[in-house]
Write a protein that binds this ligand. Sequence first.
Ligand code: ADP
Length: 575
Amino acid sequence: MKKTLFLRVFLGYAAVIFLLALAVMFFAPPQMRRHHIEERAAGLEHMALLLEGQVLPYLTGTGTGDLAGFVASVGRKTATRITVIDAAGNVLADSEKEARDMENHLYRPELQAALQGEKRMSIRQSSTLKQEMMYMSVPLEAGGKVVGALRLSFFMKDLEALLDALRGDLLKIVGLVTLFALAIAFFLSRSVSRPVREFIGASARVSSGDFEVVVSTRRSGEFRDFAHGFNAMAGKLKAMFGEIRVQNEEINGILASIREGLCVLDKDLRVVLCNASFRRIIRNDAPEGRYFWEVVRNSRLGDVVRKVRESRAEASEETPVGGRDYFCNIAYLAAGDRLVVTLHDITEFRALEKIKKDFVVNVSHELKTPLTAIKGFVETMEPKAEEENRPYLEIVRRNTDRLIAIVEDLLTLSQLEDRGMKVERTEVHVRPLAESILGLFEKRAREKGLTLTLESSPDLPSIQADPLQVEGLLLNLVDNAVKYTDKGRVTVRLGTRDGRLAIEVEDTGLGIDSVHVPHIFERFYVVDKSRSKKLGGTGLGLSIVKHIVLAHQGTVTVKSRLTEGTTVTVLLPIA
Ligand code: ADP
């Protein structure tokens, strides 16, 4: 049986009540008996003292009348047995028996004490009457001598009968009190357990989501405080859940309305939440509870998700899912140890990009032939032209050169992008490459009065790279250095740094203002348009450099001070 609070409290009370009742029944009757015996003994002693004066004359020989008759009549009236003995123990009179039929009483313990001058009480079996009796003996003295003894006694069975009656009464009273106490215990237990049961019911309703529950506050003491507290708590929970519901609805509304696919993964990478766009992307109406790799069958994305789960660092990946291209972002949410995956459809964007790229390539190709033709004809015309027309032809030639440079740079960039990040690597010795590039600029440097130097560490390692791309990289960097330096030096330094090959191109030229430095790798970004134009710049050179460096998993940094010079450092992995 389930031990309810009621049962526990009630049984506790009942145990205490029964223990008390038992204690009363166990200790009270012996106490009563003792008390009654003492009282009876005192009564017998008083009676003996009263009778002493009337009995003593018979022992000193001055008594007249019938002692036996006197003793018998007093004994009858007081329901007490009275025995008188002389100093030798002979029974002179007895209220219950003929004295002459009785044996010598000298050795009865209480009489022996009395004959020695002491009063004595004893309870024992009477050898004359064969019943248990209480005796009280007092000495009878005359002239300073004990001349006999007076013994008063009564049947213990009378006292026992009285005590039995008293015990019966006590039992009835204790029984009644116990019953009454049990009834009180029942009501008390119920008054404790009933509100507790009510609170349990109310909290069960709250835990099942019913916040309308209100418990009665018409109670006393702690239960009233508890009821007030409970109602306040239920009210607060109701308000909080209401807020959460509204927030949830808002979030669900937002999630449903965004076009990006979004899903939240738990620590085991199972989908716990996702929006309609995500379901549409993965063509699955109920991905909740399933593993990410089960619903998005893309091992590359699965690997990135697992990596983010381990490293807890955000990552992104472009990958096709269900026939379309997506930019996927995976973020780690520390709260709840979850991942948020968003899928942004970039199919159209990629298609547009391709159209743009194709357009640029096509236009570049289409422009290249007529531009080369123009350049050829201008060069043919130049020597034959009249003096006054020569500056115009020179302008046409310079602009044609610039256009050809732009077209070529655009084609180079398109090719780099087309190949993506893939590089066909072979062993490349950078030093001879740098020497030949510097050779190309020797004439221009001499014309400008610049010193061109190559510094290379003697044990320069070869690298695994695309030689054409490394050449293009050096070409652009040295071209810029020569282009933007009017006096001083251009130095190309080759060495190793942190286990990588370092190519440093340093000049003592114009320098770049720090506001422009972050942008110079952007396409068509030029610091000084007119100057760049004059020098045949396209604004694409450093974009090409950046592409090549990234394709080789390298880094490029620029350090520059206006009017003092620029140093571009490229670090490329060796293997
Ligand atoms: P451009 O073809 O115009 O040189 P780049 O992409 O190579 O285009 O360079 C972008 C811009 O960065 C240039 O217009 C120029 O202003 C600046 N720049 C590049 N290299 C240097 C350098 N060594 N010294 C000063 N400015 C430079």
